[in-house]
Write a protein that binds this ligand. Structure first.
Ligand code: GCU
Length: 138
């Protein structure tokens, strides 16, 4: 199945704002969280069935230091202090991918800044649920 895109500006935002002053984002803007530990963006993702999903976070980090973020799914930590590495500039967006299990129906995927620098700027989350294999044995 093709991934479904969830724009950060449409997610639940804690301690952050939607901005558009750095080019290259998808949708109408991106989320700039405060530069402290704790701000988060939480996407509500609907999965047609339970299974392993590929989560692709598009972000920018124009600093020279990692912006670590705790990634949780439905309250369970799936990536502790995931390093969102420098991208080379604020208008330079890259995608960082991990896999995590989703339940059927609604899932809450949250990225919480885990260090004092805060989160990177978030553009979107792409979610692709693994479908049944198209291979078969005759
Ligand atoms: C700059 C940049 C912001 C970014 C911030 C940060 O102010 O313009 O988009 O969020 O740095 O360090 O997080």
């Amino acid at each position: 199945a093709a991934p479904t895109r969830y724009e950060a500006e449409n997610a639940t935002i804690a301690q952050g704002a939607v901005e558009s002053n750095h080019a290259g984002f998808s949708g109408t803007g991106f989320v700039n969280g405060e530069n402290i530990a704790g701000p988060y963006v939480e996407w509500t993702v609907n999965a047609p069935s339970a299974g392993t999903a590929t989560l692709a976070f598009r972000y920018a980090n124009g600093t020279t230091a990692n912006r670590p973020s705790d990634i949780s799914v439905n309250g369970t930590l799936v990536a502790d202090d995931r390093a969102f590495e420098p991208t080379g500039g604020w208008p330079t967006w890259v995608t960082s991918t991990l896999t995590a299990p989703l339940v059927a129906g609604e899932n809450k995927i949250r990225a919480t800044a885990s260090a004092v620098g805060g989160n990177p700027n978030w553009d979107y989350l792409d979610v692709e649920i693994a479908g049944p294999s198209t291979e078969y044995q005759a």
